[in-house]
Design a protein around this ligand. Sequence first.
Ligand SMILES: [Zn+2]
Length: 95
Amino acid sequence: MADREDLNRIKKQQSLRRRVRSRAKLVLDRPQVETLLSFLELTVKQHGCDDSFKYTIEWAVQHRVDPRALVESLRGFDATCDCDVVRLIVPAKIF
Ligand SMILES: [Zn+2]
């Protein structure tokens, strides 16, 4: 029978596994993610989000990152647009 301690241990292992998987999925390293996030935060604040990855793609092209691979990896974090990226990608939780 699993008591509370077992359940906590299992939960911790699951979240660790999830983090490792997420990191493997993300095509950017931490400094790149942080640059992308500050760019998106500023741009979405100024221009709003049009429910696309418009600014994410713009950033990728400027930084010589494959936009398609990047968008694909962001979808792995359930992001569907630029403001989702700001909301859902938390470097401290991934790296
Ligand atoms: Zn959005």
